[in-house]
Each structure stands twice: as structure tokens, then as C-alpha cells.
Design a binder for this molecule. Structure first.
Ligand code: PEP
Ligand code: MN
Length: 338
């Protein structure tokens, strides 16, 4: 439920509501609006007596939260959330952000060359996996901590915010030390222990939709991160598994709009995992900006045919330069910038 305070409610009256929530064994989230404050009651409140709140001084009304994802829901927080990765990389504001870089960190030369190229093209974030969740155990698994060090070096040289995947709860602290944003991959979207561990550290989370998750399941799982204490969650549509085989995954752009409709969290699109083919990435990136995505995470490699992972879906830095110019015009056409 949401306890809506009167516009002139005093701080002590809001505190009395918070105290009662805690007495009931539930959690609270106070949201101070420009006009009035509300206290969201988080937890299973089905058997709790709403009228107890209605009689408290300063309370205007009590309304149920219908969505099962209470912290992510726009019913609780109508204003959009912006997630700060760095001074230049804020996802969820008017400016559409581009995070670009290789699927995996392969070597110092590869990551530094790519970082400088994507920075020059106008990206504000650098992606690159140091820990790769691979289908086959014999495939390249990533450079591990050495890869994280190379990413940190790339940040020192370029100022780009670093986004990199964490695949197990035991690595969360280490990845968090080096990264500005931890990526949770599609294969781990319902690894609830990992979500919880990521919720207990301070860095932002780029949380990908599970390849077989409905939006309802996806947003409920996002609650594990939010409820553990980390409000800085960026949702990422990267396509789902269907019978269709002309693309690696089936990428729904309607889900971007629907996620923004249901949740206040920013939404980015991954057109690389979403399509699987470099020739599809520019047009689908254009479409993502046009439909209102808050950002893009794009795989870029200086030599895609020799990439250790996902070369087929990686664009070159030159292609990224063209893409950025076109996406900028599209962003401006819908009243945003890029
Ligand atoms: C990736 O970004 O390289 C990746 C593995 O993503 P996903 O989890 O969406 O497959
Ligand atoms: Mn990849």
C-alpha cells in the first residue's frame, strides 16, 4: 500500500507512519514529491489493517499498490529515476547515453584502442566482459581480474564509465571495486542470490532481461536488487528466445515503452545480443532511440573477424561514428539529445 500524506504534513507525522510500518514488520520507502510526500509500504501487507494508517494525523489516504514489483513500480514513484555512472554518464535523463565496447576484454591493446575510438565517437560508457558466461566450457571465459585492471586503465585514459559483467556472488566485491556499473547477464537474470549480492554493494547495476522472462517476472526479479538496498538499477532489453531464427534473439521494442510505463527505472537496449548480426545493429539502434530508450549498449570491436567472442554482432568504430551521427538526429527529432 501507499500512504499519501497531506500537502502540509509535518516531518513528525511522516515519521509516525514510518514507525507504524516498521512495527508491522514491513519496510518503508519515503518519497518526497514537490507537492506532497508518500510512504510506500514494502512487503506482504495483505493481512495488515489499512485503517490504522488512515487514522494517523497528516495522512490524506491509503491506496493499495497493485503491481507485485513494489519498489520499481510507477505507482509508488511516478517520476523517472536517473542512474549516475559518472559525471558524463547519467542514464535516465533527457540525454540518450551510449555505452560501447567489445563483448570481451581480450588484451590491453584491444581494450585501449576500442576505448579511445568509442570515446571519440561520443560514447560515455565503455563495456567489456572480464568474466564471460559461456555456453561451452572450452570457449574463452574472459581474462578475469586482469581484464578488470585493463578496464580501469581504459577509464583512467578516457574518463569513460566502465560497465562489466559479474557472474557469481563471490566475485561481486571484486568487480565492484573496479567497475562503475555491474552488468547482470540474461543467463543470471533469475539468479536471486546474485541479484541480492549486487543489491548490497553501491555501484549501479545494468540488469538484463532473462531470455525467457516475461516483463512481469523481470520486474519482480529486479525487486531483489532494489529491496537489498541498491536503487540504481538500469533495465536492459536484449531480446528473448523464440522460434524465430533470422536474428539471434527476438528484440521487442514495445517492451522498452512498456517497461517505462510500468517502472520508473531507466531502460536501455542491447541491439548486439538482440540481433546477433552487425548489419542489423545500426537500424535497430536508430529504432531504439526513436521509441524512447534511455540508452544503448553496443558491441564494438576494432577487428570483428578476429574477436574472441561475438564478432559477428560487433560493429567497427567507423560504423559507430556514423551510427552516433544518425542517432543524434533521431534523438533531437523526439526532443532529446545524444
Ligand atoms: C554480453 O553483453 O556480452 C552478454 C553476454 O549479454 P547477455 O547476458 O545479454 O547475453
Ligand atoms: Mn556479447
Amino acid at each position: 500500500m501507499i500512504v499519501v500524506m497531506k500537502p502540509d504534513a509535518a516531518a513528525g507525522q511522516i515519521q509516525a507512519v514510518v514507525d507504524l510500518v516498521r512495527e508491522m514488520g514491513l519496510k518503508d520507502q519515503v518519497i518526497q514529491g514537490t507537492e506532497l510526500s508518500v510512504v510506500a509500504v514494502i512487503g506482504d501487507d495483505r493481512k495488515k489493517d489499512r485503517t490504522l494508517f488512515e487514522t494517523l494525523p497528516g495522512v490524506e489516504k491509503v491506496v493499495p499498490i497493485l503491481a507485485p514489483y513494489k519498489r520499481a513500480s510507477r505507482e509508488v514513484q511516478p517520476e523517472r529515476t536517473a542512474v549516475v555512472l559518472s559525471d558524463a554518464c547519467i542514464i535516465g535523463g533527457n540525454k540518450v547515453m551510449v555505452i560501447a565496447g567489445p563483448c570481451s576484454v581480450e588484451s590491453e591493446e584491444q581494450i585501449l584502442t576500442t576505448a579511445h575510438a568509442v570515446k571519440k565517437a561520443g560514447a560515455t560508457g565503455l563495456r567489456g566482459g572480464a568474466f564471460k558466461p559461456r555456453t561451452n566450457p572450452y570457449s574463452f571465459q574472459g581474462l578475469g581480474e586482469e581484464g578488470l585492471k585493463l578496464l580501469a586503465k581504459a577509464r583512467d585514459e578516457t574518463g569513460l564509465a566502465i560497465v562489466t559483467e559479474v557472474i557469481t556472488p563471490t566475485d561481486v566485491d571484486m568487480v565492484s571495486e573496479y567497475a562503475d556499473c555491474l552488468q547482470i547477464g540474461t543467463r543470471n537474470a533469475q539468479n536471486f542470490k546474485l541479484l541480492d549480492a549486487c543489491g548490497r554493494q553501491p555501484k549501479a547495476i545494468l540488469y538484463k532481461r532473462g531470455m525467457s522472462n516475461t516483463l512481469d517476472e523481470y520486474l519482480q526479479a529486479a525487486e531483489y536488487i532494489l529491496d537489498a538496498g541498491n536503487p540504481n538499477v538500469i533495465l536492459c532489453e536484449r531480446g528473448i528466445r523464440t522460434f524465430e531464427d533470422h536474428t539471434r534473439n527476438t528484440l521487442s521494442l514495445a517492451s522498452v515503452t512498456e517497461l517505462q510505463h510500468r517502472a520508473h527505472l531507466p531502460v536501455v537496449v542491447d541491439p548486439s545480443q538482440g540481433t546477433g548480426y552487425a548489419h542489423l545493429v545500426p537500424a535497430i539502434s536508430d529504432a531504439s532511440v526513436a521509441c524512447g530508450a534511455d540508452g544503448l549498449i553496443i558491441e564494438v570491436h576494432p577487428d570483428p573477424s578476429h574477436a574472441l567472442t561475438d564478432g559477428a554482432q560487433s560493429v567497427t568504430p567507423d560504423v559507430l561514428v556514423d551510427m552516433m551521427q544518425r542517432m543524434k538526429r533521431i534523438a533531437e527529432a523526439i526532443g532529446r539529445s545524444l
